[in-house]
Write a protein that binds this ligand. Structure first.
Ligand SMILES: [Mg+2]
Length: 323
């Protein structure tokens, strides 16, 4: 069984790899993917090894959480300040409230626009931090759930994941899937099996106001995986992943369909009509946390953009003392 360090490295590198596989086909229908790359679609990092906004923001989430832990201040506010720093990499605009040097800003690769989500950009440009009590908008886009994996190693990962997503996404369909993913990843981090962890999350969502659509999407993912015909048309039954619940459901469905095979789960998660980089990133987070870094082909682990930075942040997260 993989140790926690291996799981966390797998989680963040896996997310980056899924993001990089999905990024070139994010806006393509499956029929167009098949025409361009063959029926099996994108199979590895040979098309592109570049991460997109999903992984960039995941790393800024990690940076914010680690800074918050160090200073003893609010974790969520610290993540908000880190997101302002990410916003600076995308816009060159320095919003008040953050420092614009050091840490991840030392890495030139972050100053690249990789189709950043418009909801994240507009929320961060407002100068207001969204909260659960004061929603910043009514967005249920998947830009919240695709970046919260680092929350998994903190106590009450569900609430933290919701709060971190609500910085930019104010609809429950935008932030509850983020809480659900953080909770799911935490259970896997502690060694629970994937089917058990998914069932527990579905049950726990029953206690949460506004969680019905996320619960329903996850139930649908489990039922489809049990039917067992993993392919793009089946993925399509779960939607296209542009909204939070659908992105989470597609990722969970892909993981449940190939629970011991990292490459195959990711191929299913990126080759479909929908938001391939986000569904790939989330599926990579889940598969890497479940199987550990050793299950990821070494040429992918060492080939994805910023792999050394990603690994270093994962190691730092894995050394956080558990309650
Ligand atoms: Mg993206």
């Amino acid at each position: 069984m993989p140790g926690r360090k291996s799981r966390m490295i797998g989680c963040l590198l896996g997310g980056a790899i899924g993001d990089a596989m999905g990024y070139p086909v994010e806006f393509m229908r499956y029929s167009d993917i098949a025409r361009r790359f063959g029926g099996a679609g994108v199979r590895d990092l040979s098309v592109s090894n570049l991460i997109s906004d999903d992984t960039q923001m995941t790393l800024f989430t990690a940076e914010g959480l680690l800074n918050g832990l160090k200073t003893g201040k609010s974790l969520t506010k610290s993540v908000y300040r880190s997101y302002l720093r990410w916003y600076y990499t995308q816009s060159k605009s320095k919003m008040p409230g953050a420092k614009y040097e050091g840490g991840l800003l030392n890495e030139a690769e972050f100053f690249a626009n990789r189709a950043p989500g418009s909801t994240c950009l507009s929320s961060l440009s407002s100068g207001i931090m969204g909260t659960l009590a004061d929603p910043i908008n009514n967005s249920r886009g998947c830009g919240g759930v695709m970046r919260v994996a680092p929350c998994a190693v903190f106590p009450d990962a569900f609430t933290l994941g919701c709060r971190v997503a609500a910085i930019t996404h104010g609809h429950p369909g935008g932030y509850i899937p983020a809480g659900a993913l953080a909770a799911l990843l935490q259970k896997l981090y502690y060694g629970q099996s994937l089917p058990d962890a998914v069932e527990d999350v579905i049950a726990e969502l029953g206690e949460v106001e506004g969680a019905e659509s996320t619960q329903e999407a996850l139930r649908h993912a489990v039922a489809l995986a049990e039917e067992g015909r993993p392919c793009a048309p089946t993925v399509h039954e779960l939607g296209e992943g542009w909204v939070g619940e659908e992105a989470l459901a597609i990722a969970v469905y892909s993981a449940l369909s190939f629970p011991t095979d990292f490459p195959q789960a990711l191929r299913l998660a990126v080759n479909h009509d929908g938001d391939s980089d986000s569904t790939g990133a989330i599926c990579g987070n889940i598969m890497g946390m479940l199987l550990g870094a050793g299950a990821i082909p070494v040429e992918w682990r060492d080939g994805v953009e910023l792999c050394n930075v990603i690994r270093a942040y994962a190691v730092r997260l894995s050394t956080i003392p558990q309650e």
